[in-house]
Design a protein around this ligand. Structure first.
Ligand code: COA
Length: 407
């Protein structure tokens, strides 16, 4: 149970998504790669992958998710005292994604901003840091903006290709949250130095030891969950659990592993999947792997489907980042979260996405790799803060600075 008593609850107050405009149907990708579609659809449990066009990158996805967060939740950029962007696909070795966001959203100057990198774990590092920032008293009534944003890329034709995706999840974190009150002070951490997934500097595409990464994920789950259970003792059972979802089948494997640690038979563990996990997998299957945001996409999916029924119920969360670090933690769905989720319309941005043929996706990738676009000088003037318009990436100026505008 939560070890922090007598303080206001802290947790996730609102959630919003930022998604690219295009997606590829994985049945069509399978056909193009000469693979049985059932391998991607059933074997991996994926359906579509969102893909980024040249004017979309982790900054525009993050800005568009955050912008929507403010517009739908009623919060204002002026409320923010901490802004963390978790990303594996940073756009600069030095300038943090959070600084670009600070400008595009018009966040206050009295604000701590930074980027957190740890493969798919960076967003959770940001979230737990934000919770601690509030619990310590440093927030002084302000809220934190945590955005997980990535464009997942593996080589064309590789085994990882059907597990790509792109998108951002923005989380508003504050005292007395309206969605999920986290159990502050009770988390199970696990770390181990492994080479399961990596991306040397200047590589746009990730390298991965795929089957080893699956085993590393499961080992980390056992370690983090075991550590969390030791603290939880005879705590209340979890009504649902959201996992890091690089692809749907991974969540299925994770759930079986965790429930067998609880003492269930393999059959009973698998039978519990439909109730305890499946509602969290709809958005991940429609967007694909978004690295840092994948766990929070699962949470968004679960809340979109069942927030009203889950009010007052306890939810488990498992985050894994290759390399590796993992954390298991929990929270409780807040009374009346269901009404807020309906108002947030979390999945609405997906309605603006359109189907892209495989040949166009391949052409976009080649064009992206050329990356020689130069914005016109007058384009820079279209930048600045805006919550009303979509952020777009225009290219590098003559000093190799990235130029964004609000379209
Ligand atoms: C996950 C990954 C290793 C799978 O690659 P792969 O070697 O091509 O795939 P596999 O041959 O293992 O097949 C995947 C699944 O599809 C099943 N499958 C294969 N062909 C199938 C078919 N025609 N119909 C239905 N299922 C099929 C396999 O049995 C396997 O299921 P299982 O995992 O339950 O055993 C690869 O996509 C990858 O490297 N992804 C990126 C890394 C990643 O996401 N890691 C996760 C941990 S972070």
């Amino acid at each position: 149970m939560s070890v922090r008593h007598g303080f206001p609850p802290i947790g996730i107050d609102a959630i919003a998504l930022g998604v690219p405009r295009r997606f590829v149907e994985l049945s069509e990708l399978a056909e193009a790669r000469g693979v049985a579609p059932s391998k991607y659809l059933t074997g991996l449990g994926t359906r579509r992958m969102a893909i980024a066009a040249p004017e979309e990158d982790p900054i525009t996805l993050a800005a568009n998710a955050a912008r929507r967060l403010f517009l739908r939740s009623g919060a204002s950029p002026a409320d923010i005292g901490l802004c963390v962007v978790g990303t594996e696909t940073a756009v600069d070795h030095s300038k943090p994604a959070a600084s670009f966001l600070h400008g595009l959203l018009g966040l206050p100057s009295a604000c701590r901003v930074f980027e957190a990198k740890h493969a798919c774990f960076g967003g959770t590092a940001g979230l737990l840091n934000a919770v601690d920032w509030i619990a310590s008293g440093s927030a002084r009534g302000r809220a934190a903006l945590v955005v997980c944003s990535d464009v997942a890329r593996y080589a064309l034709g590789s085994a990882g290709e059907p597990t790509q995706g792109a998108g951002a999840v923005a989380l508003l974190v504050r005292e007395r949250p309206r969605l999920l009150a986290l159990e502050v002070g009770q988390t199970g951490s696990y770390a181990r130095d492994v080479y399961d997934f990596w991306r040397p500097l200047h590589h746009k595409e990730a390298l991965v030891d795929g089957h080893f990464s699956v085993q590393c994920y499961l080992d980390a789950l056992a370690g983090a969950y075991g550590e969390w259970r030791r603290q939880d003792g005879d705590g209340e059972p979890l009504a649902r659990t959201c996992y890091h979802v690089p692809y749907g089948k991974m969540a299925r494997k994770a759930h079986r592993h965790r429930r067998m640690i609880d003492g269930l038979t393999e059959q009973a563990a698998d039978e519990s999947f439909a109730v305890e996990v499946e509602p969290s997998l709809d958005l991940p299957a429609r967007i694909g792997n978004i690295y840092t945001g994948s766990l929070y996409l699962a949470l968004a999916s679960l809340l979109s489907a069942q927030a009203r029924d889950l009010e007052g119920k306890r939810i488990g969360l498992f985050s894994y980042g290759s390399g590796s670090c993992a954390e298991f933690f929990a929270g409780r769905v807040v009374p009346e979260a269901g009404a807020l989720v309906a108002a947030l319309e979390i999945d609405a941005p997906l309605a603006e996405c359109h189907h892209t043929p495989v040949a166009e996706y391949e052409a976009l990738r080649r064009n992206d790799e050329a990356a020689d676009r130069r914005p016109a000088p007058e384009d820079a003037e279209r930048g600045g803060a805006s919550l009303d318009r979509r952020a777009v990436y225009l290219g590098l100026d003559s000093s190799e600075r990235r130029v964004y505008a609000n379209a």
